[in-house]
Design a protein around this ligand. Structure first.
Ligand code: BDR
Ligand code: CA
Length: 312
């Protein structure tokens, strides 16, 4: 199996991305690292443990605590989008605690242990990854592939007109990461992909609800706030960019179009903070951006996963 690490600001879609990493037999999830993002940090940690519990994998996959704030800026919440991120569900008293090792140290160690093989799925702000780059000069070279959910190819953001949330929250970290020289950086951007190929409309949600498994019930509940927000801002349903990112890290076969780009992050702009500029004319490319995936197959994959009933 593929050694995987998921760096997450666990709420809504992040939970389902964790389920992909926890349940897909092709993946060997070595750890979950927590980063400041979507909702309050401690809530995110509870959401991660709740998800690991639902996957029946408590005690098998360690959770590491990382940066509680962006590198240079105050934290910006997305609680208006996600609520608490799990639809009010409470984590049971499972008795499990996060590892003592800091997320950044764990990331550096795991990358060393799986030199050239580790695939990192980064589905929150890039603060932890940037800190690992700063702390270990060999970190970037040790990582096999880095899959980032973030940015917007056509400069259409979600938190501001110009910026996507994960990059907006910590643009300095994103700048460090995209300049670090990782061998294989794959970017799953907010558009055009997520507003078409990775959107679950009411019909899709109804099919999930009809499964009536514990995972499907969890999905419907944790997804509701995102569904309400995304449809309010004009999407056809809820966007599932994070779970798609986790799946592509395991199986690139869902991709139907991709391109190489030089990606730069706007850190100075007043109205463009966190905007991503995808230079299509550069001969010094640093990322592969996914432009299109087989959205129906992705949905069928998720349906299959949510239909399963994992046992501890
Ligand atoms: C990203 O921010 C969060 O809302 C989602 O989990 C995703 O990682 C989308 O902009
Ligand atoms: Ca996320």
């Amino acid at each position: 199996p593929i050694p995987l690490l998921i760096d997450t600001d666990t709420a809504a879609d992040d939970c389902f991305a964790l389920l992909v990493g926890l349940l897909d037999p092709r993946a060997d999830l070595r750890g979950i690292t927590m980063v400041a993002g979507n909702v309050g940090f401690d809530q995110q940690v509870d959401n991660a443990f709740l998800t690991v519990g639902l996957a029946g994998r408590l005690g098998e996959v360690p959770v590491f605590l990382g940066a509680r704030d962006p590198l240079e800026r105050p934290w910006a919440s997305a609680e208006d989008v996600h609520g608490d991120g799990v639809g009010g569900l409470k984590r049971p008293d499972d008795g499990h605690v996060a590892s003592e090792e800091h997320a950044v140290d764990a990331m550096i160690r795991i990358a060393r242990e799986h030199k050239g093989e580790l695939r990192i799925v980064a589905i929150g702000p890039l603060t932890n990854i940037a800190l690992a780059v700063r702390k270990d000069p060999e970190f970037a070279a040790n990582v096999g592939s880095l899959y980032v959910m973030g940015g917007s190819i056509n400069a259409r953001g979600n938190i501001t007109p110009a910026a996507e949330y994960n990059i907006y929250v910590d643009p300095e970290a994103a700048d460090i990461v995209f300049s670090a020289g990782f061998a294989d950086v794959v970017v799953i951007s907010w558009d055009p992909l997520t507003i078409t190929d990775a959107v679950f409309d009411q019909g899709r949600i109804d099919r999930i609800a009809a499964l009536d498994t514990p995972l499907a019930r969890f999905f419907v509940r944790a997804n509701q706030a995102t569904f309400d927000f995304d449809t309010r801002v004009g999407l056809a349903g809820s966007s599932h960019c994070d779970s798609l990112t986790a799946l592509l890290a395991i199986d690139r076969g869902y991709v139907t179009a991709e391109s190489r780009y030089r990606l730069e992050v706007e850190t100075e702009g007043t109205i463009t903070r966190g905007a991503t500029v995808f230079d299509w004319q550069s001969d010094d490319n640093n990322v592969t951006a996914i432009e299109k995936v087989d959205g129906d197959r992705f949905y069928e994959y998720m349906l299959g996963m949510l239909a399963s009933t994992p046992v501890a």
